[in-house]
Design a protein around this ligand. Structure first.
Ligand SMILES: [Zn+2]
Length: 230
């Protein structure tokens, strides 16, 4: 190695922070190294199936390791460093897929009792980097989760929808027509559909659903109904 290469590597290392997963030097401007970035379960565009006829759904990742482990760790361990990394990666995965910028982004609200227990809303924290890049406001006080829904883990799809019925309420008039709902994980889409219905009932004309990860079966791309994240 000649002296110029040696110094360039030292400078690269000094100016490019370490990979958040393995501590090798990062790709410039990204939180991960090239190898860790390539090994993530980025969702293929054709796997972003609409949740219903008129509601587009976009996710950055398939809900598979290491993303699934990171999301569960964040939920139970309050690891805010990983939350920031995952938020940046979510923005990286979603930005190229966006056809238009919504007027505002609605992170799926937590019930106030769960918010106090956890200390943060993971959906809100995960979408912050993307909202900042898009210059879109985050709606955090327009809709609240008015019902502490029972854990959905052991409910089937129709029971889940019933469990969520009127789980949300509008606290303020909705000033926007084009919105994106953001959740950490989309499983059956029951939560997102409930929010879409509420927004449309209150004047929204175009609503998309975005998430960090989407639960899919590798072969059939069907949604996995048995996982609950809220
Ligand atoms: Zn790495």
């Amino acid at each position: 190695m000649n002296i110029r290469t040696h110094w360039r590597r030292l400078l690269d290392h000094a100016f490019n922070p370490c990979c958040a997963f393995c501590h090798l030097p990062c790709i410039s401007g990204h939180p991960l190294c090239e190898r860790c970035h390539a090994e993530l379960p980025w969702l293929l565009p054709e796997q972003n199936q609409p949740l219903s006829n008129h509601v587009n759904s976009l996710s950055a990742f398939a809900y598979q390791p290491p993303i699934s482990n990171l999301l569960l760790g964040i939920k139970f361990g309050k690891n805010l460093h990983e939350l920031a990394t995952l938020g940046e990666l979510t923005a990286t995965g979603l930005l190229p897929q966006l056809e238009q910028i919504p007027e505002a982004i609605l992170p799926v609200p937590l019930h106030v009792s769960r918010l106090h227990k956890r200390g943060f809303n993971q959906a809100l924290e995960l979408v912050r980097p993307l909202a900042k890049q898009l210059g879109a406001p985050l709606l955090t006080d327009v809709i609240q989760r008015s019902k502490a829904t029972q854990p959905q883990t052991e409910l089937d799809s129709s029971q889940r929808q019933y469990n969520l019925r009127q789980a949300f309420q509008l606290d303020k008039p909705l000033r926007y027509k084009r919105l994106a709902i953001f959740d950490d994980v989309i499983t059956t889409g029951a939560t997102a559909r409930e929010l879409v219905a509420l927004l449309q009932h209150n004047g929204a004309e175009q609503v998309e659903i975005w998430s960090c990860a989407r639960a899919i079966l590798r072969q059939s791309h069907e949604l996995m109904p048995q996982i609950d994240y809220h």
